[in-house]
Ligand binder design. Structure first.
Ligand code: 5GP
Length: 111
């Protein structure tokens, strides 16, 4: 069971900013920007690599949630939505998650 599954099940605490039937959004415990929220599906999909056709609506919902959370948190001047995937992508937690980062100017390209 991943740490994110435990957050979904309320086994460990998190600063939750949004929840619906498919998704949960909560603040990252080690923020990399003034605003750093993780949007995750409640379904335990390990990574983008593991997506199937049946996950289309879930992924769509997560992206929509990220957009709405960004608006709600006042990120009108822009933000970044990032998915780290697999070892080369820097993914540490094997539960699909979208990093919503904002509140400062973000460099490009990423490291
Ligand atoms: P990854 O490197 O897998 O793309 O990102 C994992 C993210 O999860 C990291 O930004 C890390 O700070 C965050 N994280 C890891 N454990 C916890 C936790 O217990 N609670 C919260 N809120 N975030 C966590």
């Amino acid at each position: 069971m991943t740490v994110f599954a435990k957050i979904i099940d309320r086994e460990i605490p998190a600063d939750i900013v949004y929840e619906d039937d498919l998704c949960l959004a909560f603040r990252d415990i080690a923020p990399k920007a003034p605003t750093h929220v993780l949007v995750i599906p409640k379904k335990p999909i390990a990574s983008l690599i593991d997506l199937t056709d049946e996950d289309e609506a879930i992924v769509g919902r997560c992206v929509l949630v990220a957009s709405r959370v960004a608006a709600g948190l006042g990120l009108g001047s822009g933000y970044r939505l990032v998915v780290n995937c697999g070892p080369d992508g820097g993914q540490e937690v094997p539960h699909l998650h979208f990093h919503l980062l904002g509140g400062r100017s973000l460099g490009w390209p990423p490291g």
